[in-house]
Design a protein around this ligand. Sequence first.
Ligand code: GLA
Length: 696
Amino acid sequence: MPITILDQRWILETDQSAYVLGLNTAGKLAHIWWGARLPRAVDYPRPVDPGEWSSFDTAAHRTPLEYPGWGGTDYTEPCLKVTFADGVRDTVLDYAGSQLVNGELPELILTLRDRDYPLRVDLHYRLHETTNLIERWVVVTHEGSQPVTLERVFSAQWHLPADGTYTLRHTVGRWNDEMRLVREPLMPGCKVLESRRLTSSHHANPWFSVDRGSTDENQGEVWFGALVWSGNWKLAAEVTEFGATRLSMGVNDWDFAWTLHAGETFTTPACLAGYTHYGYGAASRLCHDYIRSEVLPHGKTLHPVLYNAWEAVQFAVDEPSQMRLADLAAEMGVELFVVDDGWFKGRENDRAGLGDWTPDLRKFPRGLGPLIQKVHDCGMRFGLWVEPEMVNANSDLFRAHPDWVIQFPTRARTEARNQMILNLARTDVQNHLIDTLDRLLSENAIDFIKWDMNRNVSEPGWQTVDGDPREFWVRYVQGLYRVWGTLRNRHAQIFWQGCSGGGGRADLGILHLADQLWTSDNTDAKARLRIQEGFSQLFPANVMEAWVTDAGAGNTSLSFRFHVSMCGSLGVGGALDCWSAAEREEARSWIELYKSIRPVVQQGYQYRLLSLQQGPFAALNYVSKDGSQGVLFAFHLDEPGPAVFPRLRLRGLDPQAVYRVEGVEDTRSGAAWMEDGLDLGLGCLESTVRRIERVD
Ligand code: GLA
């Protein structure tokens, strides 16, 4: 049984981990255990009331409450902060019952109620047994009559074992430089990571990984998690003065408020977290598996090799030039031809057009139909770029609905990249987008949409709001999910790519809608390797769209650039009409090779072998789930060189089976490849891709 109830304890067990909570001797719902699964349920400890240390440090402050409300003498990070109608701002949550839900996956609901006010808090736990993940979310219900204001409603607080000092891993970045992996000790106090921009992930990603001791890629304890949300979020990693370490995560409470009227509920996004004692690599593989099997709309479908001319032509898109590029792309073996920005009405540059999603008749006098037909005739699928959430002042949409944009009317509004943001919190805006995009998709044989969002929210005014305007941040994301979700349902065959100026909206929330993500606008292969390492911590390779472009062509060979992009979902974005016939032929052969290894790369297990954090080398291998096929990629970056490429030990092979590694004469056991490894002898700026095959 994945969920056992024993002596007022709830024991949640996945294949390899256990999460236990229960009522302590003071009747409080307290956290007990998160770590390795024990053979006997009775062996998990019982929660105790820690008692008072002093009048300044009461038992309330020292109890690892499962879902603390702000109140009393607990000064640690709360999950819930409420103002009741009479001005009381203190919450006292008591345990009020439990329920096991008989759904597809094991689920537990624990109910808390405020002692004096009609507020109910349901804590939901859903178990993903094979991926060792626990999914938590919270539903707050107002059972009284006077409105209540929620000022913080986190999805979860995760308590780490009390006897440790921990290291936090997370990513930081900025546009063109996303996913920089950071590793830092958690010290007493509170480390906050967050987004206040509406988009989730250029600057920090709603993902964490915590370890202790000597954890590395291949061994050691790791606690990790991510928020399923594409808006403002917050992670508060706190170490108390008593050495307790907790991570609270949820919708950001910065500029947040939500009014609950009689009978209304607020449901938080889910927060997923897991435990493994097999290192960072295993933590990533569990996330990859989960994302592919339970999150992505088309998780098992192999992603096509695409071509997108954005970096080559920018806004200079028209029917004849795109048709020429389509011919060249098809000859190279491209399977999906995407027309990026620049195709719609008035879009000569970034100062006009956003909002008017009909073809520009100067560029496409016959509409998109002939180009789509041509692309299909070439045996490719057709994709199109849109940025539905945005509008330029110079557009028919803005002229018709100037009040639809986010702004404070008394303030000058920022027009980042010359564009404004439509207020997707409004139902009329949502309906307009659904109708407009539905028409675009119904009238044209489109197979793929790249959905972009090229700026952050500023001056978050909502002119017609009928309620607390600070609900905007959450209502916008709910509106976005509604628009995109409705379109997905109506056009189930379409593949979607999520994008926000590169990797600005790379989160588990958007992956319920997007099949893949545009990783970064930085397509320089050397920079990409580092970005890809950060990206791979949470996301599987099929999600990671990676183009071979002309960026960095002066110092990296075409093969190096292909190898980097072949580590993910391969695309090409170079100026094909400027490539020589020999370069296009080389590209054709790499694409052909990629198609043969694609099932292993996109659907297999990924093992990071060498990290750019340790030196100018990167290597990783992928292994199919049945262990019969693998692929090895290795890269030697020049800086700070020259350095000798280290001997590589492969991972994830069956130790007893015999394998051939392409380019090496001897076949050897998986154990030999993993324990003894191989020398690739790569020089500066050299790279390699090698197929691995089980031969016995
Ligand atoms: C963003 C995307 C790019 C491209 C441009 C078009 O920056 O990340 O790939 O689509 O927008 O304006």
